[in-house]
Design a protein around this ligand. Structure first.
Ligand code: AMP
Length: 221
């Protein structure tokens, strides 16, 4: 199974992709997580990407294409994957098709997490991220057991720079302009399905899981 989780910032792509990948035995590919890891380690890619990320802009396509290629070369990807955060524009959607085509693979399913604007703002303004393992929490929706501390690894939680109000607004604009047009691209390929992501985490996750399992025969989850 090779699938893409699409949706605006705050739709819950990261949260659901991590859990789904774990439950379905797939690899989670989050371009945002890879970039944040590079920023933390101050790699050349991290240094180049940092300003774009902090301003809520997209990192240039050529850098992202190289990153994708490297990730797809990892052998574990052969067992199937969930892409979270890629593609983010039409050119990246085509790059993805080409990169997979070279490996005799293709995207089988695209799930769009449909989320209303008030929910997006509420989620992003309260989101907390683990500084070590990258796990996501939320001040009220998904609070950690101990304030400011990651349940999984005990490291400190922080607010992402790009979750500040001004940057969130920019990210939403970028999403509408650059990313939303991908919907038509995948609709035309007959691979696009939209599910509501406004509810509680467990409810939405179960809906996605049921939906994916409903494709069991054709997609061999
Ligand atoms: P995310 O964690 O997916 O919200 O991504 C955080 C930030 O990383 C985005 O706002 C972009 O600056 C950058 N980023 C992640 N994925 C991509 C991508 N596919 N193309 C360009 N920039 C990306």
């Amino acid at each position: 199974m090779r699938m893409v989780l699409l949706g605006p910032p705050g739709a819950g792509k990261g949260t659901h992709a991590k859990r789904l990948a774990n439950d379905l035995g797939l690899v989670h590919i989050s371009t945002g997580d890879i970039l944040r890891d590079n920023v933390k380690k101050q790699t050349p890619l991290g240094k180049e990407a940092n300003n774009y990320m902090d301003s809520g802009l997209l990192v240039p396509d050529d850098l992202m294409a190289k990153m994708l290629d490297q990730r797809l070369n990892e052998p574990c990807v052969n067992k199937g994957f969930i892409l979270d955060g890629y593609p983010r524009n039409l050119s990246q959607a085509k790059t993805l098709d080409d990169a997979l085509g070279k490996r005799n693979m293709e995207i089988e399913l695209v799930i769009y997490l449909d989320t209303s604007e008030p929910v997006i703002i509420q989620r992003l303004s309260g989101r907390l991220v683990c500084s070590s393992c990258g796990a996501n929490f939320h001040i009220t929706n998904m609070p950690p057991k101990q304030k400011g501390i990651c349940d999984n690894c005990g490291a400190k939680l922080y607010q992402r720079n790009d979750d500040k109000e001004e940057t969130v607004r920019r990210r939403l604009e970028v999403y509408r302009r650059e990313t939303a047009p991908i919907i038509k691209y995948y609709e035309a390929k007959g691979k696009f399905y939209s599910l509501s992501s406004d509810g509680q985490v467990e409810t939405v996750l179960n809906n996605i899981k049921q939906f994916v399992k409903g494709h069991n025969d054709s997609f061999k989850v």
